[in-house]
Design a protein around this ligand. Structure first.
Ligand code: MN
Length: 705
């Protein structure tokens, strides 16, 4: 382990103005907290945070990141707390340590390829400050470097996770060296045979071809000298995993130089980059389709470079990257370049991206031709700030828009799960279905057979998928309900007309009424789009529409011979009730119930009052009365209500839904009745029905004549 002084010196090296005292304090605090803890290797635990901090000094990161590295396991593994870290080291560092702790606590049980992309997004989304990711990556890198002391199963699991999630994440952050090393360390655990075979052939090749790197580098250098360009040339063998992946991807044999060695030419200005390119292409033939100019078109993580592949006289291909020194720094450090220091200053690399902006530009996508990012080619990157990522009990990551609820989650898994959802547990606790989900929560949906989507759900969900599934289910359910109800209404209407309701009659009626089929006809009658009586009338014109409605006789006494009569729509008086007539110009006499509020308007116009009374005896006609009905929203209730009314020899002539709540329906029902005692019979019967919550004769003052 390096010493405290070593670490301070490493930081001072690039940042002479660093807060040495605070770094030393963090060291002392971390060492004290982890006292008595040991790693699998047997070393004191604190060697690990120190190694992570040292790794981050290689990226020349700021004091806050280095101190976070020293403290990154304290909140998780020791008696230290957030508030203590905040008190000792400030809010910024406490937040960073807390961020690393949250990532550590994520149960990444599923690392299937299809989930990996979502998990990477989750990690970025959870880390409001990307320095959290930098510390987490360095943490993982050190753990992978020392993985040998772990149990074999644990090694395999960590290696898989690193390969699927952390290595690509490092690549995404623009830190290619970190990505390559993480991949190779994982490769060593996951497929040692493949790695060894590549290493063996590597050695064989080197023996046969000699020092290829040295020879090609010298060739390039000579060419640049001739052109009078100041530049450094570096050659290196690629990591075994990079070679292996390329062989897998392209089904290539292990022979092509360009797949094994890579060359880099680093110069001072971008103009010189193009001069270098000119010199290289003048000397060697460019391989078509392998040229990329990321200087004129940088990647969103700030990466700039010219890529080209040329082939020499022997036909062997050589891959070359050309960039300036500043571009190179960004290419190595990626997003981390933003926090890097040089000579005590935030290094002002013009190519470093602002991480906040970088996250927001991730929509751009990556170039599928690029070797490093080939695996990303069909990954559509989204703006993580608008997303939340939650876990299913199986460990799948479900991506949802911000504001999503457990219901959205349920529908995202499967429409069936959404439709039958009754409640949800988030992180093990029951929550209301309208709870907004947060990143990293695990969500368990509780379903029940027979549960149906509720209309109130529409306002709870935010995803289009859930909304349309709920609408569809409600529509289907309404149709079913309306169809049952329509059948009941039709049965009653046919019965009243003394005819049989046969399927054949319905099919014929549907045809006559231009309705696609009998099922649709039932649904429309149930939805009150067409009255059952019209259906009867369509089939049996001789019965006709007119029969029950005509009020030919004058059922009241007290009218002059030329006075017409009608019932006030506001109070709908029935035979047997005390009534008062009011004359309206051009409208004749309108009968109101004795207690109708409308009469108050005429108190000072006694000349308009007419004393009316219903004729005694039974009335051949029927009179419509509107009932306000609240019934529970259970299967069959509407049908039962309709049969009940029918059993009391009353017809329903209209039906409207006023309000549909998940539990209750409020509806307005127009019933044809003979008189007030008939109404009382019907009301008594309805009140006795348990599914009827409320029933009342409606008094609608807006309908006053
Ligand atoms: Mn750690």
């Amino acid at each position: 382990m390096i010493s405290q002084d070593d670490l301070v010196a490493l930081v001072r090296n690039y940042n002479p103005r660093s807060d040495e005292a605070l770094i030393r304090q963090a060291w002392e605090y971390g060492a004290r907290m982890h006292e008595g803890q040991f790693r699998h290797s047997g070393e004191p635990y604190f060697t690990h945070p120190v190694a992570v901090a040292a790794l981050l000094t290689e990226m020349q990161l700021d004091d806050a990141t280095i101190i976070t590295a020293l403290l990154h396991d304290t909140i998780e593994d020791t008696k230290s707390t957030f508030s203590e870290v905040a008190r000792l080291f400030g809010e910024e560092i406490a937040e960073l340590v807390d961020g690393v702790t949250k990532l550590t606590n994520l149960q990444l049980s599923s690392s299937e390829a299809k989930q990996a992309e979502n998990i990477r997004k989750l990690l970025i989304a959870m880390s409001r400050d990307l320095r959290v990711i930098l510390v987490k990556l360095a943490d993982r890198l050190h753990n992978m470097r020392t993985i040998r002391s772990m149990r074999p199963e644990k090694q395999a699991q960590k290696a898989r996770e690193t390969m699927d999630i952390y290595a690509p994440l490092a690549g995404r952050m623009g830190m290619q060296w970190m990505r390559e090393e993480l991949e190779d360390l994982s490769f060593r655990v996951l497929n040692p045979e493949a790695r060894n075979s590549i290493l063996r052939r590597f050695i064989t090749l080197q023996r046969e071809a000699g020092d290829v790197v040295h020879r090609i580098s010298a060739d390039i250098r000579a060419e640049l000298d001739r052109a009078g360009i100041e530049a450094d040339v570096y050659g290196r063998a690629k990591k075994p995993y990079s070679i292996w992946r390329k062989m897998q991807e392209k089904d290539l044999a292990f022979s092509r130089l360009s797949d094994i060695y890579g060359f880099r030419i680093i110069t001072d200005t971008s103009e010189n980059c193009y001069r270098v390119l000119g010199a290289v292409h003048a000397r060697w033939r460019a391989v078509p389709g392998r040229f990329k100019d990321y200087i004129s078109q940088p990647k969103s993580n700030g990466y700039r470079s010219i890529h080209t592949t040329v082939s020499g006289r022997d036909g062997k291909r050589v891959e070359i990257q050309i960039r300036t020194r500043e571009m190179h720094e960004v290419a190595e450090a990626g997003v981390a370049a933003h926090w890097a220091y040089r000579d005590g200053q935030r290094s002002e690399n013009p190519f470093a991206v602002d991480p906040a902006k970088w996250i927001n530009t991730l929509t751009e996508g990556f170039d599928s031709d690029d070797d490093y990012d080939a695996f990303l080619e069909h990954v559509k990157l989204e703006m993580y700030s608008d997303q939340v990522f939650c876990f299913s009990p199986k460990g799948d990551v479900i991506q949802l828009p911000r504001g999503a609820t457990p219901l959205d989650f349920a529908y995202a898994i499967h429409t069936r799960i959404g439709d039958s959802c009754v409640s949800a547990k988030v992180d093990g606790l029951r929550v209301p279905l309208w709870t907004r989900l947060r990143n990293g929560q695990s969500v368990e949906i509780i379903t029940a057979e027979g549960q149906r989507p509720q209309s109130s759900w529409i306002d709870i969900v935010v995803t289009g998928r859930a909304k349309s599934a709920i609408r569809r289910a409600l529509r289907d359910e309404d149709r079913e309900r309306f169809s049952r109800l329509g059948n009941e209404l039709l049965r009653l209407a046919f019965e009243a007309a003394g005819r049989d309701l046969s399927p054949k009659a319905l099919t014929t009626a549907a045809k006559l009424l231009n309705i696609p089929d009998a099922g649709e006809l039932r649904a429309r009658v149930g939805a009150a789009e067409i009255s059952a009586r019209r259906v009867v009338a369509a089939l049996y014109p001789e019965i006709g529409l007119s029969q029950p409605e005509v009020d030919a006789s004058r059922p009241v006494a007290g009218l002059e011979a030329d006075q017409s009569f009608r019932r006030a729509p506001c109070c709908q008086p029935l035979p047997g009730e005390r009534i008062i007539g009011i004359t309206y110009r051009g409208k004749g006499v309108v009968a109101h119930c004795m207690d109708c509020d409308a009469l108050a308007d005429f108190e000072d116009q006694p000349e308009r009052w007419i004393d009316l009374r219903w004729l005694d005896g039974s009335h051949p006609a029927v009179y419509g009365v509107t009932l306000d009905l609240t019934i529970s929203n259970d299967a069959g209730v509407l049908g039962r209500v309709c049969s009940l009314i029918g059993e009391h020899k009353a017809n329903i002539s209209d039906l409207r839904f006023i309000d549909r709540k998940p539990d209750f329906y409020r509806l307005s029902l127009e019933v044809n009745l003979q008189g007030i005692s008939h109404l009382h019979q019907v009301l008594t019967a309805l009140e006795a029905e348990t599914a009827v919550a409320q029933v009342a004769r409606s008094q609608d003052s807006s309908l006053r004549p």
